[in-house]
Write a protein that binds this ligand. Structure first.
Ligand code: KIV
Length: 272
């Protein structure tokens, strides 16, 4: 059954909860720069995530660990300038919120003031509860992130599916409940069994946005560069590619090179 899409002038955290109530799925994609954010926003996406995946996609790092708060603010500022409709959520990067609640609030305030983003996203549950509460108390909306939390990759050791065992699944359910209770407006669930993700989505009133978490949740998020086929080294089962941009861009670049070499470009009408 398809649910009619409601037209929103601007997506707010309230619109997302309304969408869940109405059974309308939430769409979310990443953006890290002005031009991509403008295209993504124009397409009618609900949420744009300035993800710390910028560390991989933009900077070529192996993990999300190295990206800094200043770099996230730079990306978020560029994205916010392009957005007219979507809700912009900005990742708090590794090291900017784990030490203590005061430091976490300072980082979140910098993101909100300097970039103009609408909300922050933080990885973790019970362990970072006090920091989340402090940020929420300052009036900053927080999106949680549970399951595979890439900032903890060195603790996990691998990027495989999380919470397959009962103990970890129970902890995830407790953490999700806790995040809702303290006031997070949504949670990203990354790479967990579909059955577990659906159970969490059905037991909470806030939206659950999945990546590799099956279709039983309230929305989906993908990394834009992955779904456009601009990256090829990353091939998880959950990734659907909507374009082969790597190939398309390569062909365009090759044609340009040929045109320059053969003096076909520029022609008479392409000069002054
Ligand atoms: O940084 C990111 O892009 C993310 C998504 C994968 C959810 O956190």
């Amino acid at each position: 059954m398809s649910i009619a899409k409601k037209e929103y002038k601007r997506i707010t955290i309230k619109s997302l909860v309304e969408m869940k109530k109405r059974g309308e799925k939430i769409s979310m994609l990443t953006a890290y720069d002005f031009t991509m954010a403008k295209i993504v926003d124009k397409s009618g996406i609900d949420v744009v995530l300035v993800g710390d995946s910028a560390s991989n996609v933009m900077a070529g790092h192996e993990t999300t660990v190295p990206i800094t708060l200043d770099q996230m603010i730079y990306h978020a500022t560029s994205v916010v300038r392009a957005i007219t409709r979507a809700l912009v959520v900005v990742d708090l990067p590794f090291g900017s919120y784990q030490s203590d609640p005061k430091g976490a609030l300072k980082s979140a305030i910098r993101i909100m003031k300097e970039s103009g983003g609408h909300a922050v996203k933080m990885e973790g549950g019970k362990e970072i509860k006090e920091s989340i509460k402090r940020i929420l108390n300052a009036g900053i909306p927080v999106m949680g992130h549970l399951g595979l939390t890439p900032q903890s990759i060195y603790k996990f050791g691998t990027y495989t599916v999380r919470a397959k065992e009962e103990e970890e699944a129970n902890k995830l359910k407790e953490d999700a409940l806790l995040l809702e209770k303290i006031g997070c407006f949504a949670i990203v669930l990354e790479k967990v069994p579909a059955k577990l993700a659906q159970e969490v989505a059905e037991s909470l009133t806030i939206p659950i946005i999945g990546i590799g978490a099956g279709g039983g949740v309230d929305g989906q998020v993908l990394v834009t560069h992955d779904m456009l086929g601009m990256t090829h080294e990353f091939n998880p089962r959950f990734l659907r590619r909507y374009l082969d941009m790597d190939n398309e861009m390569n062909l365009a670049f090759k044609r340009y090179i040929d045109d320059v070499k053969s003096s076909d470009f520029p022609n008479e009408s392409e000069q002054y």
